[in-house]
Write a protein that binds this ligand. Sequence first.
Ligand code: ASP
Length: 345
Amino acid sequence: MVTKYARGSGRIGSFMKKHILLLTTGGTIASLPGADGLAPHRSDVMERELEQLRTYYDITVKDVMCLDSSNIRPRQWQDIARAIYRQRLDYDGIVVSHGTDTMAYTASAVSFMLPNIDLSVVFTGSQLPLADMLSDGPDNLRTAFAMAASGKPGIFLAFDRKVMLGCRAVKVRASGFSAFESVNSRYAALVSNQGLVINEGVIPRVNGPARLCDAISEDVFLLKLTPGLSPAIFDALVNMGCKGIVIEAFGLGGMNVLNRDLEGLRRAVEAGISVVVTTQCLYDSSDLRVYQVGSRLLELGVIQGRDMTSEAAMTKLMWAIGQGMSQKEIAKLFTLSLAGEITPG
Ligand code: ASP
């Protein structure tokens, strides 16, 4: 019998095995059933699957936290970004296992916290625990490891044989295996019978040394407009100490402009609050210049979110405020793409 892969030799055939760091944070992928439902465990429960992957990669596992991602807050985004930044020089790539529910927020926030990241960092998770025989976890881990080993720099999210920029990912299904989509941007890579086919045009450019900029503000509110929403909400948000608001407006970016509904919004902008307007439609770009109900908002000084996802708009605004930027600087920042989160121009 011919042994194709010499375990422990560091080689697959004539290729050196890539050294990949797996940072675990919890989520369904590492969950086991308990008395009150699924709950995450430490990485031991992932070991059987990792043993298979060790045929192809040298893997180091570090547990950063053990949380259902509903319990992950900006403080944990910082912990994850710091763990990536501090350990990146020792590995060829990094995989971060994470719960799916807030993975798009974490991947987006970490994209802004790590400008010019110089290796491939790939978030992944699963809809069924790895402990389940029919779990989608093994497949998602394999795609994530392949991308992490690709050497393509950036923060990515791998799911259901697709790899997307972390700042373009949206969870679109609560239980289906095809849970994430790359919104308003092509996929960074797809698995096919050719292997992992990378779309070079999507890979972020590195323009300088990698940095850790992890200061972030929690004083940002995401508001989904509904017909008849009380305009008093804006004064309430100002009184709460809000420093930024993302409004998911209607269609191309419209909002009720009759009955003095805009006055509260005007006061918020004048009080120095950065207001970003996106759309509650999942696909395509908002454009406030098209309708009167949008251009009235522009006259107040709101910022266009254009084709950013709400997750990216929220985390970019939280990050910009955390970095101490002024309202004017934030408005300029939102015309620029930092990690591929917006189509500029
Ligand atoms: N509630 C889980 C989490 O986000 C769901 C999952 O991982 O799929 O941690």
